[in-house]
Design a protein around this ligand. Structure first.
Ligand SMILES: Cc1ncc(COP(=O)(O)O)c(C=O)c1O
Length: 415
């Protein structure tokens, strides 16, 4: 018997993504990812829910899909129909909903349903890295539409659609995060939603609406979902419990017309998403969701205030950002010469993890001096300390901020 390790390399098919790096733990100051506030996970409520639902219905775990069929636990879909009607104006029935393993699986299923290598899709210029990386892996071309305070700019979208048509390209969908955009935090007003729907209808392009953060709005007020406003069934709507309850539960959903939903269901090959998570969410959310969310958003808003104060104190005018209406991210612009991919490396070495802008944009130059900071998971103290360390690293590497916490630094004193 030889002890040489078996070599899998010659067996790997072409076109695989780069292998994953081994996890080396969370950074001391972690501003990355879409993680939640650990103190806001409703642990006691989830414990009560799991106990109640397992005692009552635990025997249904003996059946794939419980007793609810392949679209997911029916009481959870019933809760969603009520929640979506109340919050987003969506009139749907449980059979319009497919429960999936996080909205990442929704992205995969919709992409598998609609896209081929060489296709073109329209996205917001700054957008969710998980959506961009999937499209790149599929060999799909992305056209990025610039954003302003109201989200995707309709004039730029109209120009892009006209240009694509001139070139004989029919985009497969328009992907948008209209309600608390990731990473910019904008909410598209209702009037602009109407313009977007009109334009999409005019060009015969469906809209792929990602409403992942729609529960996390400081004043709780949001425009109706595009899905609710669309008159022709040309919107696919996805959502998630990751941001309102907990991302590790891995429960999301697709709401779509049956011809699309049935195709996505046929591609869902995991014999159903985790049943226990679905049961616990339905049991907890039906009585508690409406009171849990305002508590959660109050806590998030307080953390955003701490982050903005820390940035103002440590970076002064070198860090530009807009107060957001909700969510868990702040999209920050540093002076043009700051390369946030390099800042990311240098900061990581000191225990501060940030998301560099270029990974969240179709326009790498525009995003080169931008970064995304998640304020939900670090504590207030970690936010203050982490931003102070980040400012120090940025000053060392790029000379900004020239002043730290309003104290002029040695290196930048005029001689
Ligand atoms: C815009 C957007 N969509 C989808 C997801 C995926 O979330 P999940 O799979 O946890 O539902 C995220 C996660 O951060 C996101 O930001």
């Amino acid at each position: 018997m030889t002890t040489a390790a078996f070599d899998f390399a010659p067996l790997l098919p072409a076109g695989l993504p780069a292998p994953a790096a081994k996890w080396s733990g969370l950074s001391k100051y972690s501003f990355v990812g879409g993680n939640n506030d650990p103190d806001q996970v409703p642990v006691d409520g989830l414990i009560d829910a799991v106990d109640a639902v397992l005692r009552r219905e635990g025997r249904t775990l003996a059946t794939y899909g419980l007793a609810s069929g392949p679209q997911g636990y029916r009481p959870l879909r019933e809760f969603l129909t009520q929640k979506l009607r109340r919050d987003a104006g969506i009139a749907c029935v449980p059979d319009d909903i497919l429960i999936v393993s996080g909205s990442l699986q929704a992205l995969d299923l919709v992409n598998q349903t609609l896209l081929c290598r060489g296709d073109t899709v329209i996205v917001e210029q700054d957008t969710y890295q998980g959506a961009l990386s999937r499209l790149t892996r599929l060999g799909v071309n992305t056209v990025g539409i610039p954003l302003d305070h109201g989200g995707m700019r309709i004039d730029a979208l109209a120009a892009a659609l006209a240009d694509l048509r001139r070139r004989g390209v029919a985009p497969k969908y328009i992907y948008t995060i209209p309600t608390v955009q990731n990473p910019t935090g904008t909410i598209m007003p209702e009037a602009r939603r109407i313009e977007l729907l009109d334009l999409a209808e005019q060009y015969g392009v469906p809209i792929f609406e990602d409403d992942c953060y729609a529960d996390l709005i400081w004043d709780g007020r949001r425009p109706p979902a595009l899905y609710a406003m669309c008159g022709n069934g040309g919107v696919i709507h996805i959502g998630s419990f990751s941001k309102s309850i907990a991302p590790a539960l891995r429960v999301g959903y697709i709401v779509a017309p049956w011809p699309l939903l049935s195709q996505a269901l046929a591609l869902k090959t995991d014999a159903g998403s985790g049943a226990l998570e679905q049961m616990v969410l339905a049991e907890y959310c039906a009585p508690h969701f409406a009171e849990h969310v305002p508590k959660l958003t109050r806590g998030l808003r307080a953390k955003l205030d701490t982050l903005m104060e820390a940035l103002n104190e440590q970076f002064g005018t070198a860090a530009e950002f807009e107060d957001t209406k909700g969510g868990i991210f702040l999209w920050v612009k540093l002076p043009d010469h700051v390369d946030t991919l390099k800042l990311y490396q240098a900061a990581l070495a000191t225990g501060v993890a940030i998301n560099p802008g270029p990974e969240w944009s179709t326009d790498k130059k525009h995003a080169g001096s931008r970064l995304r900071l998640c304020f939900a998971s670090p504590s207030h103290q970690q936010i203050r300390e982490g931003i102070a360390v980040l400012a120090e690293v940025c000053r060392r590497e790029f000379g900004v901020p020239a002043r730290i916490a309003n104290v002029e630094t040695q290196a930048w004193k005029p001689i």
